[in-house]
Each structure stands twice: as structure tokens, then as C-alpha cells.
Design a protein around this ligand. Structure first.
Ligand SMILES: O=C(O)CCC(=O)C(=O)O
Length: 277
């Protein structure tokens, strides 16, 4: 069963602003289990993809297309996350991919301004009917490079993306104007807080200049109706097997990610390293 259905006002906020924050969406025990598993998960960590920002600082991410029966799968297949996505996108959704974002103390790099659909468009998705749920694994602050977004920018439609100077991301000319016109929201968060954001909302994050890591788990979804018209490094429509919310605690800290996760392979990693998640 889904223990946290969204209200009509929350769905409206997402439609109007392109994002929705739910505080304490996952409880302390659930987050301790996730953190404990992730920090010791050699399988996941061995699939890390390093990504440099314009100043040469390095973030890392591990990305998988199909959720398994491990604790990560219990989050990304859990009714709490998936039912919310279906409410927000008004359609059946499927798992497009999940990723653990690792921004280590002092060295973790920035992510330039972009829309996820700026990249996913290239994967044959006709519509921007896609969204992500970012679960704060560590405490997120401005100092450790929390995610920031421009509320309402999902209404701009898809902005051109590419390599502009040293940066790979959204057209900086438009980003500059958007920063002047739309409210900036910083997702400062405690473990277990969740940010739902639309695939066209402009977002970025600064480097981690603090002593504290900033890990987050981002689960991304596409709608069934928006099944990509061509193959890419992310999947076509694949029915999602939902699990009940209590499965996170039942599966618990079982050690590491299972192989069903199908981490992206080496050649596909290059696409990610080039900033094309
Ligand atoms: O985790 C971050 O700082 C950035 C994540 C992001 O921009 C994304 O996944 O699209």
C-alpha cells in the first residue's frame, strides 16, 4: 500500500512550478539502511562514472537502468515514489533509470544548468512527460552543493543543449535571462526529504566546498505513452513491478546492489561522462 499519497494541491504545485518538495518522505530507519548499504556497496561503487565540471572538479555517479530486488529497487519501485510519479505525470510510468550521485567533500564538482529533457530528447522521447525524484541520502546544504532549480522554467519548453565554451548544458544566454526572471529554489534537505522535479525544469548544483559528502539517489521515470521511438542507452517501456512501502525495511541492509540493476556498460559510460545523462 502507498502510505503517502499526494494531495491535489501538491500535484497542482508541481504542475505550476515544475517541482514539489516532500519533507521526511522516508523515515530515519529507511535512510539509515540505504546509507549503510550504499557506503559499503563495492558493486555499485565499482561502477562509478567520474564526471568533471568546467573547473576540473570531479563528481561521480553510478547509474542503472533496471531496478532489482535490492534496497535501491525497493525505493525506485516503491509505491510511495511510483504512485507519486503517476499522480504528477497523469499516466502509468516506467523506470527510466536511477543513479546515485556522489559529491565528495572538497572535491565534488558542479553540475551546469540543464534540463534533463535537454538530453533525454536525444533518446527518442517525443514528449517531456518525464520526471525525477531526488532522495537526499546525506544532509544537503548550499556548502555541499545541494541541487538548485528555477521554479516555473519547465514552461519554457526545451532549451537548446550542447557544449557552450567549457560547459555542457543549456544555452547560457537563455539560462542568464531565466535566472533573472524565475525564483531560485535551493533544495537544502535532511536525509529522507524528496524533491520531485519535471524533466524541463532548469536545474544545477554547485561544487562541494564543505567537509561533508553529499550523496543523493535520483530515480527517473518516463510515461508509458511516451515510449521512445528509438533505442538508446536508457530503456523503452518496461512494465514496472511496484512494491509496497514496507519493503524497504524488509529488504534492509543486505549488503550490495544486485546484478539485475544492469549498471551502464563502459561504452555507454562515455555518453554520461560527456554530460549526456
Ligand atoms: O546531483 C546533482 O547535483 C545534479 C543532478 C542532476 O542535475 C541531474 O541528475 O540531472
Amino acid at each position: 500500500m502507498n502510505t503517502h499519497p499526494l494531495t491535489a494541491a501538491q500535484v497542482k504545485q508541481f504542475n505550476d512550478e515544475g517541482y514539489l518538495i516532500r519533507r521526511g518522505y522516508y523515515d530515519r530507519e529507511e535512510m539509515d539502511l540505504l546509507l549503510q548499504t550504499a557506503r559499503a556497496d563495492h558493486n555499485m561503487l565499482s561502477h562509478n562514472i567520474p564526471v568533471k565540471d568546467a573547473s576540473g572538479r570531479q563528481s561521480q555517479l553510478s547509474l542503472w537502468n533496471h531496478p532489482g530486488d535490492d534496497i535501491y529497487g525497493m525505493f525506485s519501485r516503491g509505491r510511495r515514489m511510483v504512485d507519486a510519479m503517476e499522480q504528477l505525470l497523469s499516466d502509468e510510468v516506467y523506470h527510466y533509470h536511477s543513479k546515485m550521485m556522489l559529491k565528495e567533500p572538497k572535491v565534488g564538482g558542479a553540475w551546469e544548468w540543464h534540463q534533463d529533457y535537454g538530453y533525454w530528447y536525444q533518446n527518442g522521447c517525443l514528449l517531456p512527460d518525464m520526471a525525477s525524484g531526488l532522495i537526499a541520502v546525506d544532509r544537503a546544504t548550499k556548502e555541499n552543493g545541494c541541487l538548485q532549480l528555477l521554479a516555473g522554467t519547465h514552461k519554457m519548453g526545451r532549451v537548446e543543449h550542447g557544449k557552450f565554451g567549457e560547459q555542457t548544458g543549456a544555452d547560457p544566454e537563455r539560462v542568464k535571462v531565466a535566472i533573472q526572471r524565475y525564483p531560485m529554489v535551493y533544495f537544502e534537505a535532511e536525509p529522507g526529504d524528496v524533491l520531485f522535479f519535471h524533466a524541463n525544469v532548469l536545474h544545477a548544483s554547485a561544487a562541494n566546498t564543505s567537509q561533508n559528502p553529499r550523496w543523493s539517489l535520483i530515480c527517473c521515470y518516463n510515461t508509458k505513452t511516451n515510449d521512445p521511438y528509438k533505442k538508446s542507452h536508457h530503456p523503452n517501456y518496461t512494465p514496472l513491478k511496484k512494491v509496497d512501502d514496507d519493503m524497504i525495511k524488509k529488504v534492509g541492509a543486505k549488503g550490495s546492489s544486485d546484478d539485475q540493476n544492469s549498471f551502464l556498460k563502459k561504452e555507454e559510460d562515455q555518453t554520461i561522462a560527456a554530460g549526456k545523462k
